[in-house]
Design a protein around this ligand. Sequence first.
Ligand code: ZN
Length: 256
Amino acid sequence: MKRCWASTLGRCDTMSGEHVISSAIFKAGCSCPIIVEGVQRIRNGAPTYGAEKSNILCRHHNSLLSPLDRVAGKVASFQAESNEENFEDTLYIEGELLERWLLKTVVNAAAAGWTGSAKWLPSAEIVNAIFGKQKVPNGYGLYSVDGIDPKHRSSGGASFIPIHLPTSEGAILVGAYVNVHGMPLFASFHDDLAHRLESGSIPELLTHFSESGLKHLYRPGAIVINRQKGKSVIIGLSWDGLLKFADGTTTTFPRD
Ligand SMILES: [Zn+2]
């Protein structure tokens, strides 16, 4: 691919050799392999040299997305710190930024050919949403997922599971699980996909993340990280500028 996937926005310059999954999440002190399940791009899940970067975005559009990479980096750093038993803190982030990062990561992976033989380009609507120019359509976007990525190792890393559904024009990419240091996030490009998956449309996923079944939560106010040692820690997510707490109170976020 020689073309930037955000070219519908205009003003493309030279291609950037973008990291398919933000390098920010790999800076949190781990050896961090990338595992892509369900595709052949990375043979047997073993990362190959240079496979992490691809010419999929131009420099201009890549740089416009750096706030999204910073949020993903904050999440990864928080996860790394929470490996310390005595660590007690809560991370607050804007849900929309993490959601846009997640959608961008899936589009990156698709544009890089990680999701199957056919490279896929996002609709203008999705491109606009990733760049914050329009709202992510309702039901599309970020879902938290109960459980943990079964391939998670203490050294950390990221894994990626593309979800395809058959159509009359062949299988199309409709979503993906992106696991960041074991924490599964689900990106949907379809408003009914999480429900269909919970109903068993891909049977092997039903107990993939948790023995108690596959459960998604759309735009969660909090993601709880259960730790082997120490109390659970929480990533709080604001939506539409509001953080909502378990006691029913809310506060504006970010504060400025
Ligand atoms: Zn561009």
